[in-house]
Design a protein around this ligand. Structure first.
Ligand code: ADP
Length: 573
């Protein structure tokens, strides 16, 4: 919790008053049994109705004040803890947005989600419970014991003798249940992850008949969660019955011993009644303290998980600009770039190439050969381990993030369509004129938009599920083209287009985006055979580089793929 102190700091005064009000409420509560004892033992025997009424009135006043203080303080605690958590959630969300791809790889998306949701909730609970119970429970506990000692020290010994028994039980239960709660949280994380993966991949799971396997996978984590839940439940289930047993035992002892002392004239019967009330109060306070401990260990663990993200250093910092770039520099250059995601083995190995303004680079290679990685390095989602990526002769690490992002129009595999209209999806929160959207849609061969009811205003449902694969791809391409990017990146973006549309798209790109440098990853040789440079990748290394014709001569692997796809290298569309 200390690591989130700066969020709590502005509310210290507010929290101080909350706790003070809670303190007053607790003192009022402590007064009630004492007033009752005074009434029963002194005022009733004296028989003065005015005095009895005054005493009863005071009891009522204490009860009303206690109620008012508690409601007010509870509301205040909800306000401060709510606002503090809001600020934490706000910063955490912004931090998550700014994390680099590598940091997010390490953190994992499900963990980021649970930190933003259940962990901040735990912190909120701890903050509010601590204000509500943190002062009330100890005051009732201590105050109760003191009041009993003042009233009758010998009878108070009954309770004091029982306290260690309760304390030991509570300690044992807390010690065993807290690690279980921590485990419960991590198993819950896994359940969320399994469900999330399952929902994201529902189509492919169905297509590959993996439904049974997925069910089994879910059953396994579900069983594990049930086991931890039950174990935690069994242990904590002991607390309340043990508390009741001790309570009843204590009450019986107080009454029996109290009766002897009343008989022998050492105390009056009102003391017994007050003692019974204090006894219940103290026991509840002890349970409250236990709950604080459980909340504390949960909240503390969550606060640490949140703070761990908040303190992550900024990755991919912008380096100071170098001296003026060379004049005749190519538009895009990879200079001896090597990169590894995990540090084990190279995912890109000594890659070098140059691309002039308006040229097209095609990247081909088997799955996992590093095609998308080249794009990620170009977009600076990751920094290379060695070597340099340059744009117009300038190291991209020296370009401000916004400036760099603006240069690109990008379509990734499985890219994301939001709920809204077709126009919203092409515009994608940018300030673009209607005309640009139309032109982009036309160039992206998205004629289907016109056929839809409402045209550009037609609805797109979540993830674009009311569109076909090819329609989605064309919409995404239109989005990438709409801002007239300096560099267009298409990662397997035309795989769902038929040959004819794919060819029309390439023609439109050639004619209308002459100045745009294009980098495209494709499975089909026909999609990239007109590229000025084609890289044939395997295991992150370049097997061959050159134009289609050159590669047909020099790169055996390329020639085999081309011949298989295009029928002995003959012209295809
Ligand atoms: P391609 O686009 O050619 O199919 P990628 O560039 O996506 O291949 O991946 C190249 C290699 O890097 C693959 O072996 C893949 O498993 C690995 N890889 C990709 N992304 C990550 C990641 N975030 N963390 C670790 N390894 C990754």
């Amino acid at each position: 919790m200390r690591r989130l102190e700066r969020y709590i700091h502005p509310y210290w005064t507010f929290i101080f008053f909350t706790v003070l009000i809670k303190f007053l409420g607790a003192v009022m509560e402590l007064m009630i049994p004492w007033l009752m004892e005074v009434m029963l033992d002194e005022k009733v025997p004296a028989g003065d109705p005015a005095e009895i009424l005054l005493c009863g009135g005071l009891m009522l006043l204490c009860a009303a004040l206690c109620f008012g203080c508690n409601v007010l303080a509870n509301r205040m605690s909800a306000i401060s803890s709510g606002r503090i958590t809001k600020a934490i959630r706000h910063d955490l969300f912004h931090k998550l947005q700014s994390l680099s791809a590598r940091q997010l790889d390490e953190l994992t998306v499900p963990s980021a989600e649970s930190r933003l949701t259940s962990d901040t909730y735990n912190v909120n609970q701890l903050l509010s419970r601590l204000q509500r119970l943190g002062i009330r429970a100890p005051i009732l506990l201590l105050g109760g014991v003191i009041m009993m000692l003042i009233m009758d020290a010998s009878l108070a010994l009954v309770l004091i003798a029982l306290l260690p028994v309760i304390a030991i039980v509570v300690y044992a239960v807390t010690k065993t249940s807290v690690p279980l709660y921590t485990k419960q949280q991590s198993v819950l994380d896994r359940v969320v992850r399994t469900v999330q993966e399952n929902i994201t991949g529902i189509r492919v799971i169905k297509a590959l008949s993996k439904t049974e396997y997925e069910k089994q996978r879910f059953h396994t984590v579900n069983d594990e969660l049930t086991a931890v839940d039950m174990k935690a439940g069994f242990i904590t289930a002991v607390t309340n019955p043990v508390a009741s047993l001790t309570l009843n035992l204590g009450l019986t002892l107080v009454v029996v011993i109290g009766a002897y002392r009343v008989n022998s004239g050492q105390i009056q019967s009102g003391v017994i009644v007050a003692f019974l009330q204090y006894f219940i109060m103290i026991l509840n306070a002890m349970l409250g303290v236990t709950r604080i401990f459980v909340m504390w260990s949960k909240g503390e663990a969550s606060a640490n998980r949140v703070a761990d993200v908040l303190i992550l250093p900024e990755d991919l910092t912008v380096l100071p600009a170098e001296a003026a770039a060379e004049l005749a520099a190519p538009h895009i250059e990879f200079r001896d770039v090597s990169f590894s995601y995990t540090g084990i083995g190279k995912n890109i190995d000594s890659l070098s190439f140059r691309l002039e303004h308006g040229q097209t680079l095609g990247i081909l290679g088997p799955i996992g050969s590093g095609k998308s990685t080249v794009l990620r390095l170009l977009l600076r989602l990751y920094d290379p381990d060695s070597g340099t990526v340059l744009l117009d002769g300038q190291d991209i690490r020296t370009l401000p993030r916004e400036e760099l992002r603006k240069k690109f129009g990008v379509v990734f595999q499985n890219d994301f369509l939001a709920e809204g209209s077709i126009a919203d999806n092409i515009r994608f929160f940018r300030d673009l004129p209607e005309e640009a959207l139309r032109r982009a849609a036309e160039d992206a061969q998205a004629a289907f938009i016109e056929e839809k009811e409402g045209g550009m205003e037609a609805d797109v449902v979540v993830r674009g599920n009311n569109l076909s694969g090819g329609q989605k791809q064309r919409l995404l391409i239109a989005r990438a083209l709409a801002a007239d990017p300096e560099i267009l990146i298409l990662d397997d973006a035309s795989s769902a287009l038929d040959y004819r549309t794919d060819a029309d798209l390439r023609r439109a790109l050639r004619e209308h985006y002459r100045g745009t440098t294009t980098v495209l990853v494709a499975q089909r040789v026909s999609s990239l055979r007109h590229a000025d440079l084609i890289l044939m990748l395997q295991d992150g290394a370049v097997l061959g580089a050159g134009t289609h014709e050159e590669l047909m001569q020099t790169c055996e692997e390329y020639r085999i793929i081309a011949e298989t796809q295009m029928g002995c290298g003959r012209e295809a569309v």
